[in-house]
Design a protein. Structure first.
Length: 69
């Protein structure tokens, strides 16, 4: 047996509905929603990278203190 949790049926149905909606919004063209998701993912990756740099910089300057218990 796989150790991965099985997706909730309701969540899977919602995901399928969202996929259908995205394809319908693009007039049935499957490439357009894929392209949009890739662009959105690249944007989010760059945002995460910038936030990680900001937190690392602030931590190095002593703006964040570790919990010492």
């Amino acid at each position: 047996m796989s150790s991965r949790p099985q997706p909730n049926t309701r969540d899977a149905d919602g995901l399928e509905a969202a996929v259908d909606q995205a394809i319908a919004a693009c007039g049935g063209d499957m490439r357009s929603p894929i392209r949009a998701l890739i662009v959105a993912n690249e944007f989010l990756e760059s945002e995460v990278s910038e936030l990680m740099k900001a937190v690392s910089h602030a931590y190095a300057r002593g703006r964040f203190h570790t919990y010492s218990g």
